[in-house]
Design a protein. Structure first.
Length: 273
């Protein structure tokens, strides 16, 4: 099962990279695409498969359940009250809804939550993330890594009509309030999942390259935004909000080989909560 999960992860990784590439070259070459919903389904399947290959299905299921429940509840409250992210509502472009929130949205949260978490785990290599301070530190860093992604993703998605900010906002039409909501939502997901994972059994170490696949996806998104964002200021923001974490994570995975607990070719054990 583990072997087939890893094979599936590689195939899905290639699919995600292709779909990101189709967006990057769309101005010049119109390659087949799947749209926002199709892209999300492929991406979240990659995240689930990779997490399962790294940590097992029980830990993956727990992580996904926490992410889906917390993100849906926060979104539902956010849409109805405007307290968490600002005043907004979803259009019809993202498919059927469960209450005020499209069904695809909790999947989209995990789609971003998992790669951002892997970036943060790599950045914190050497920190004991099995203790309460370590779990909290990982949750804080991962929340900032993911919110940095949203800083360059949200304006374009809103401009495309996927959701509507009813009163606009100071940040490319998005309320600054939104990003505090993202920090809170992702911190809760990461902290709760990290705390619950303490009692679950981790899997055997993976090769550095396989462990780095979600980080490569995150970095490829960063390059995509830097080179082809719809507005130049977002290119600069992406450089610092996404490229810097990508570089820090990549350097840790590639060059931090000195720990006696981390044999060459394996993901450092400190990356596990």
């Amino acid at each position: 099962m583990k072997r087939w999960t890893r094979i599936a992860s590689w195939l899905l990784f290639a699919s995600v990279m292709y779909l990101i590439l189709t967006e990057a070259v769309w101005k010049w070459v119109h390659l087949p695409q799947l749209g926002d919903v199709g892209f999300t389904l492929v991406f979240v399947t990659f995240a689930l498969a990779h997490c399962a290959a790294m940590e097992g299905w029980s830990r993956t299921g727990l992580f996904f359940a926490v992410s889906a429940v917390v993100s849906y509840l926060m979104e539902a409250v956010g849409v109805q009250t405007g307290l968490i992210y600002g005043q907004y509502h979803y259009g019809d472009m993202l498919g059927p809804k469960l209450g005020p929130v499209p069904v695809i949205i909790p999947l989209a949260w995990f789609m971003m939550i998992y790669p951002s978490w892997m970036v943060a785990r790599a950045m914190l290599n050497g920190v004991n993330t099995s203790t309460l301070p370590g779990i909290t530190a990982l949750a804080v860093v991962a929340a900032f890594v993911m919110t940095g992604w949203d800083m360059v993703m949200d304006p374009g998605m809103a401009a495309s009509g996927n959701w509507i900010w009813e009163k606009g906002g100071a940040y490319f039409g998005v309320p600054r309030h939104n990003y505090l909501g993202w920090l809170l939502t992702t911190f809760l997901v990461y902290w709760i999942a990290g705390w619950l994972w303490r009692a679950a059994k981790p899997q055997a170490p993976a090769t550095r390259l396989f462990a780095a696949l979600p980080i490569i996806v995150y970095a490829f998104f960063a390059v995509r935004y830097v080179t082809g964002s719809w507005t130049p200021p977002l290119q600069v923001i992406a450089l610092f909000s996404m490229v810097v974490p990508s570089l820090a994570a990549g350097i840790q995975l590639c060059l931090n080989r000195n720990s006696p607990d981390n044999p060459p070719g394996q993901i450092p054990s400190s990356l596990r909560p």
